[in-house]
Each structure stands twice: as C-alpha cells, then as structure tokens.
Write a protein that binds this ligand. Sequence first.
Ligand SMILES: [Zn+2]
Length: 384
Amino acid sequence: MTAGPAPAVFGELAGQEFVVDQLRRATEAGEAMTHAWLFTGPPGSGRSLAARAFAAALLCDRGGCGECPSCRQVAAGTHADLLLIRPEGLSYGVRQTRDLVLKAATAPVYGRWRIVLFEDADRATEQAANALLKAIEEPATRTVWLLCAPFADDLPTTIRSRCRLETLVTPRTEAVAAVLEREGVAPERARVAALAAQGHIGRARRLATDSEAAGRRGEVLRVPDQLGSIGDALRAAAGLVKAADAEAAAVTQELDEPEREALRRAFGEGSTGKGVATALRGAAGALRDLEDRQKSRATRLKRDALDRALLDLAAYYRDVLAVQVGATVELANEPRAEQIRKLAGATGPAATVRRLEAIMRCRQRLELNAAPLLAVEELTLALM
Ligand SMILES: [Zn+2]
C-alpha cells in the first residue's frame, strides 16, 4: 500500500509516523472499524492530540482535511458527534460515567460515527471503570470509544484487552522543534525549548512562548548550585515548592475565570422577574459544584507542576552524569553547559547517580501524597 502525505488533521503530531499510519489505515477501513481504542504514551507525547485527530479523520468526508466545518468543529470541541471527556480533578466518578455511557449510545447526528474521546481514562474510579467496561463490551453499532492514558497498565485488564492499543513514543527533539517552528517560533528558540522539554510538546511550547514559565524553570535549575549549607538546602526546597505553586496558579487562573464567567452567563446574571429565586438557588448549587471541581483540579495542577520541576532537575543531573562519563549526547540544558561542566568536575558519577535516585524517590513519595515541602526538603538535603 502506498502512503501519500498524512491527512492534514495529523499535522500537529510530532514524531509519531507509525501511529499516524495505523490511524490513517483504520480511517480508510470504514465500516470494519474497531470500536474501542486506547492511546498511550508518555506525558506530552500527544495522546489526546492523536485521539482528537483520529476523531476528526473519522468524522470528515475527506479523511481529515483539517479545513471543512466538521474538522474545524472537532478541533474546537464543538462537533455534535464528538463527546469530549476531560476529567479535571484527580478522579472521575461513576455517576458521570453512567451519564456518559447513556449519551454515547445515541445515534450520530451527522456523520458515520458517534465518538467518545475520554482523556486521562486512568482517572476513572474503579466503579466508573466498571460502568465503562459494560459500554465497551457491548458497543452501540455506531459508537467509537477513544481512551487515553499514560500506560496501558493504568487501566483494568478487562478494559485494556478490549481496546486496540496505539502507543505513542517520546518525540525526538527535532520533531518537537519543527512543530514549534511551524507555529512561528524562531528556530534557535524552538530547539532550546524542545531540548529542555525532553519530548513534551505542550511544555516546549510554553517554555518557548511564556517568559515567566521559562524564568521559573531557570529558578529550579539554580537549585544544584545553592546547596552550600543545610539552611541553603531548606531555602532551596521552599523555593522549589513556591515556583511549582506559581506555575500551577498561572494555569489555574487561565482555566478558572472563563468557567465562572460561562456559568454566570448560563444563569442569566442580572435578570429579574418570576423564577429568579429558583434560578438563583440553581446557580448557587452549580457554582458550588464548579468550585469543587476547580479545587480538585488546582490540587492536581500543583502536583503536576512540582513533578515537572523534579523532572527538570533530574534532566539537569543526567546532563551532569553524561559529562562525567563522557557520553556524546546533546545536553538537555545546553545553555547551562558551563555550570553543568563545573558541577561534573567537582563530583563523581556515583554521587550523581545517588542524587538522581533521590529525585525519583521524592517523586514517588509525592505520588503517595506526602506533604510537598517535607518531601522536597528531604530531597534538597540529599542533593547537598
Ligand atoms: Zn475535513
């Protein structure tokens, strides 16, 4: 089979040629479609982007042209045949899932398929996963489920075994840089951001375009040079947690306000007359719901930001190790090469490995809900 250029909707995926080829073939297969798909891949590799592009390709008359109303509606998340599920908090409940399963079973409005795109399906609670399983076991004829999760193991075997698996890889630096360049970022800036982000496209984009985010990352990478005394180490820990909180707060704010605004509009703020009292009671309830969801999401974003800071730090020490053992790899933190060489010369590879292990231990402890500041203090003391 000859493969021409990939349909336009797959253009945003960096370095995923294999998966794109599979999805294109599936789109062409038409009625013989698999009804449940699982997209896995490391954070930032573009799992949900791939699923979204696939949805667009399935709903488009031209296999994903990227230009027709259908493709544009999928991109905007407003297509009537696309149910987009994006768990905001740390978990997704059974009530929401049952609702979803009912909606998923209805016939498509326009196209051939009714598509349910479930981002972060690993956040489904056990009961929610059971509700999901029933829908996937006996899919409605015209419904296609697209689930996304970091690893296949994140989902129960019962669900996993019924899905066709598409595994995205960590995209190469050049592929990430090429995407940023297409979006108008200057080549050198795109390359540095892509290297720093270690294959995470969204992160690379943010570093290339948001100077505050780049600045916060710079603070994190100064930590290895600020560990002269115990007092320094404790201060560095506080700084790390603070930088992560600021990073999360920036994202939280961007998301929260438009949601509150939309809710206010939906309940017709400022209207008068009969029924207003009832509407106000409804609005208060909906606002409480929204606040709960936003709080849960803020917690997750803080945790994600701190984990990313730790990954940045780990990449830094990996660079140190690469210099120490004379590996010929491109440094993730090339603009800081001088600082890295100095640290590499002052210590040995065994010490660097020990520090890398301390970082991974800290990540595990945070994953298990340890108090952030305590866990990070233990880390910076171990990094001294
Ligand atoms: Zn199209």
